[in-house]
Design a protein around this ligand. Structure first.
Ligand SMILES: [Zn+2]
Length: 302
């Protein structure tokens, strides 16, 4: 795994001309020091740089930013995995990277977020967390535009017919399929879509070493939601880096191809468990060149 720092470097256009000119020269000088002088453009006042943690270039850059914090900041540190690392992981966090499909039509347009009579879910009257899905989703299917998978705004997973069939034919476990309906009368070429409903729930993550932050709780419905720890400090500079997830090795006895984490994540009104997939699902998605997702290893501890 490589840790890549995403650093923004640049000068403020709000400064008086002579200071701005000085900052510009300073930025050019920093870029030269980290051997990125070819990126410099006097008309471009900010640069997004990807630098590996532990590299000489990042060390130089951070030294400069400590002395002159006006010139930039680290926005976050990303974890990048090699193919071998991903193929060695028995469990992976599955992250869908598109939200092409809007929410259920009646939730979005007819007060469904308050749990009204047409809502797709029963919701907590206080925190609005989804407590139970009470009918099939009704969406604008045209937005899927030939994609294989998409999240809705509320993080429901929508599958194309090809995907649903593939998962069934391969005998994958830990999920049900629910039909998805179009919000208006049927149209020519309307795709058949399904909602992937993950049914298997894993035991809680091993914590420590998994770390959480911003733990939220609603006393009315009893739901607890949180975030993986991601706030860190580099001297006085705050940056974002997500903590890895760990499970006790014994979860392998309980694991299916699709799994929900026991934990819920995010703000209460939109909190959802994470979807944890098996290595088998990971390979199948790659093999079939499915787009719009990524996977992060979830580690096992003894
Ligand atoms: Zn609640």
């Amino acid at each position: 795994m490589k840790r890549i720092a995403l650093v923004t470097l640049g000068w403020s256009l709000a400064k008086p001309p002579e200071e701005l000119e000085k900052d510009k020269i300073h930025v050019a000088e920093i870029l030269r020091q980290i051997e990125m002088e070819d990126r410099f453009d006097p008309d471009k006042n900010y640069y997004n740089l990807d630098l590996e943690v532990g590299s000489k270039a990042l060390e130089i850059l951070m030294e400069e930013l400590r002395a002159t914090p006006d010139l930039g900041y680290v926005s976050r540190i990303d974890h990048r995995y090699t193919r071998q690392e991903l193929e060695a992981a028995e469990l992976l966090l599955w992250r869908l990277t598109n939200q092409a499909i809007e929410d259920d039509y009646y939730d979005l347009h007819v007060d469904g977020y308050q749990g009204g009579p047409n809502a797709s879910h029963k919701r907590c009257p206080t925190c609005r967390a989804e407590l139970e899905q009470i009918r099939d989703l009704v969406v604008n299917k045209a937005l899927m535009r030939g994609k294989d998978i998409s999240l809705t705004y509320s993080f429901e997973i929508i599958l194309s017919e090809r995907m649903a069939r593939l998962f069934q034919e391969q005998g994958l476990t830990g999920f049900d399929l629910r039909p998805v309906h179009h919000y208006k009368k049927p149209y020519k070429g309307e795709p058949t879509l399904y909602q992937l409903v993950v049914t298997n729930v894993l035991p809680p993550m091993a914590s420590p070493p998994t770390e959480f932050e911003r733990i939220l709780h609603c006393d009315v419905c009893g739901i607890t939601s949180q975030y993986l720890k991601h706030t860190h400090w580099w001297g006085k500079l705050q940056y974002r880096e997500e903590t890895d997830m760990y499970y006790s090795r014994y979860v392998l006895e309980r694991v299916k191809d699709f799994n929900h984490s026991a934990e819920y994540f995010g703000e209460l009104a939109v909190s959802n468990p994470y979807v944890i997939i098996s290595q088998r699902v990971y390979r199948l998605l790659r093999e079939h060149k499915v787009k719009n997702w990524k996977a992060v290893p979830a580690y096992l501890v003894d």
